[in-house]
Ligand binder design. Structure first.
Ligand SMILES: CC(C)(COP(=O)(O)OP(=O)(O)OC[C@H]1O[C@@H](n2cnc3c(N)ncnc32)[C@H](O)[C@@H]1OP(=O)(O)O)[C@@H](O)C(=O)NCCC(=O)NCCS
Length: 158
């Protein structure tokens, strides 16, 4: 299977809005469009493509100012038909290298990568722990009562 991990460009906006408009995600095109477009305007998006079709993505951003050395992964997924083939791990590691290069351009260093995931999201928790993230805090009842989010942090430089 030939896969490409590439920086997303303007041509991928429509595919991503289509994907995020699904009833399991943003439910409607307007919200999906706002979410996707806001990242293209201010953040970084990397996608996995299979035969030109987007089958995975990571959206990330710098937290506060570059000199703090902090980044955050805001969204990350692989199409369910392509999971458990190592693509999520490859994409995550590729994005961490992008972050390092992005900071190094201005002589800064990435210190920490932050993200959150649901307490019951075993695949994501296993993947983050495999790549070296540590569970650092529990945000209780964050999206709804009984739905706890876990904060994971990857420390690259202290
Ligand atoms: C989490 C997710 C991105 C993983 O993507 P993936 O391509 O299937 O992951 P990989 O095949 O690269 O797996 C890498 C490692 O992750 C862990 N992992 C992935 N899926 C797993 C599963 N279903 N059960 C247990 N561990 C799993 C394993 O440690 C695996 O390493 P191994 O193959 O050596 O055991 C994918 O399951 C997904 O898109 N889930 C829905 C969206 C989501 O939850 N995103 C994260 C929200 S913060």
């Amino acid at each position: 299977m030939s896969m490409q991990i590439v920086d997303a460009d303007g041509k991928d906006v429509e595919s991503l809005i289509e994907i995020y408009s699904s009833p399991r995600l943003y439910h409607n095109r307007e919200e999906a469009s706002w979410f996707v477009q806001s990242f293209f305007d201010y953040h970084h998006v990397k996608v996995v493509k299979h035969e030109e079709k987007v089958i995975g993505a990571v959206f990330w951003n710098v937290v506060e100012e570059k000199h703090h050395g902090l980044t955050e992964i805001a969204d990350f997924w692989i199409d369910e038909n392509f999971r458990r083939k190592g693509l999520g791990e490859r994409l995550l590691r590729a994005v961490i290298e992008d972050m390092k290069r992005f900071f190094a351009k201005d002589n800064y260093t990435v210190r920490k990568v932050l993200l959150t995931t649901g307490e019951d999201n075993e695949p994501a928790k296993k993947l983050y722990e495999k790549v070296g993230f540590q569970m650092s805090a529990v945000l209780k009842d964050l999206f709804a009562k009984g739905e706890n989010e876990l904060v994971y942090i990857l420390t690259l430089n202290s």
